[in-house]
Write a protein that binds this ligand. Structure first.
Ligand code: ZN
Length: 202
């Protein structure tokens, strides 16, 4: 964060905006919102932030443009002014929210059967830490959990995909810690050259 701030022109550092490096959906407050000039570590993070806002506020939006330089969202209801435009900041990694009209004039409390913005990755973010024995939870458990926690309906398929994502990331973490073992033996050799790891097969 500090490093990042030091890369920015100092005139841009004021109370006017926040820089989001990561968000954890399960710990966000229900009043979470964004404002123009806010910055994001990536386009994915920016999208995820708006997915969350849409779910919490019970509306859906559509992506009207998305490329490597800019992204635009519109409320899914025609003629509603809700609108987002963001673009890459000075050709770097950061993205900046350029235009954000947060008001709706549509009736946003229409209950959708399943929420468009509740993507599998957002769901996996939400549920990752909530289940004590995750491998035994079913997509149905996940659907109920999302309903209770965020008041959102998600499809069976998305719940199943979200479970896959969480399982993959848990397995990935296990692999990473195994990968540290050879490193540990290297260190041991450095510290104590005569240790058994030096000549394991003799
Ligand atoms: Zn709207």
């Amino acid at each position: 964060m500090d490093n990042l701030c030091s890369l920015l022109p100092s005139s841009f550092i004021d109370d006017d905006f926040q820089i989001l490096m990561d968000i954890h959906v399960s710990s966000l407050s229900s009043t979470f919102d964004l404002k123009e000039k806010d910055m994001f570590a990536s386009k994915e993070l920016l999208s995820k932030s708006f997915y969350y806002i849409a779910i919490k506020n019970n509306f859906e939006f559509k992506t009207v443009r998305s490329n490597s330089k800019s992204i635009e969202f519109k409320c899914s209801q025609d003629n509603c002014p809700w609108y987002v435009r963001a673009s890459r900041y000075k050709g770097g990694e950061l993205w900046r929210l350029r235009k954000y009209i947060a008001n709706h004039n549509c009736s946003i409390n229409v209950i959708q059967t399943t929420h468009k913005q509740a993507s599998a990755s957002l769901i996996s973010d939400c549920i990752g830490k909530d289940f004590s024995s995750f491998d035994r939870s079913t997509p149905n458990d996940i659907m109920i959990h999302m309903r209770t926690k965020l008041g959102v309906n998600v499809s069976y398929y998305k719940a199943w995909r979200a479970k896959e994502l969480v399982m993959n990331s848990l397995n990935g973490e296990a692999k990473e810690s195994y990968a540290l073992i050879p490193n540990f033996f290297m260190k041991l050799k450095e510290i104590n050259p005569g240790s058994i790891s030096d000549k394991p097969y003799q």
